[in-house]
Design a protein around this ligand. Structure first.
Ligand SMILES: Nc1ncnc2c1ncn2[C@@H]1O[C@H](COP(=O)(O)OP(=O)(O)O)[C@@H](O)[C@H]1O
Ligand SMILES: [Mg+2]
Length: 152
């Protein structure tokens, strides 16, 4: 596991950018984002979006569970899930189908659906230390983890 401290929003976004830029799109990683409200999960996701050359503004999908973003220049997809408002044991939402489709998948509040943790994933835990300071722990569970951890 790697631990980072960020001093402001830009640094958190930058870490998301860095993480995404070291991942191969074809590996289609699932990124699980943990941490309380306003920790910085969506901020981190904005950085991932920039690395994928997504120009649309990424914001918290408050009333939808998932938002899909498509890069016009790189032909890359980002599925951004926010499961915060998902009812427990909600079977209606076919999350699993998305998890195995092509593209980056970022999931805020994965603890809402504990039974669908994919085989390979990267877990990012954001903790607030003070008003602008965040601790970000990244643990990788996939074949490319050594490569990634050496570069982050
Ligand atoms: N170091 C930091 N990293 C990320 N966000 C920060 C940081 N310092 C302050 N903030 C603020 O915290 C809030 C994080 O919001 P957001 O990313 O939407 O959180 P979440 O998605 O976890 O609910 C933003 O208002 C942002 O400006
Ligand atoms: Mg959010």
């Amino acid at each position: 596991m790697l631990t980072f401290i960020t001093q402001n929003e830009q640094e958190t976004e930058g870490l998301g950018y860095k993480l995404a830029s070291f991942l191969r799109y074809e590996d289609a990683p699932v990124i699980l984002l943990e941490g309380p409200l306003a920790a910085g999960k969506t901020t981190f996701t904005k950085g991932i979006g920039k690395a994928l050359e997504i120009t649309r503004v990424i914001n918290s999908p408050s009333y939808t569970i998932m938002k899909e973003y498509q890069s016009k220049t790189s032909n890359q997809h980002l599925y951004h899930f926010d499961l915060y408002r998902l009812e427990e044991n909600n079977q209606d939402y076919d999350l699993e189908e998305y998890l195995y489709s092509e593209g980056f998948k970022v999931i805020e509040w994965p603890s809402k659906v504990p039974n669908i943790v994919p085989e390979q994933y990267i877990k990012v835990k954001v903790t607030s230390i003070s008003e602008h300071k965040r601790q970000i722990e990244i643990s990788c569970h996939a074949p490319y983890c050594t490569y990634l951890e050496e570069r982050l």
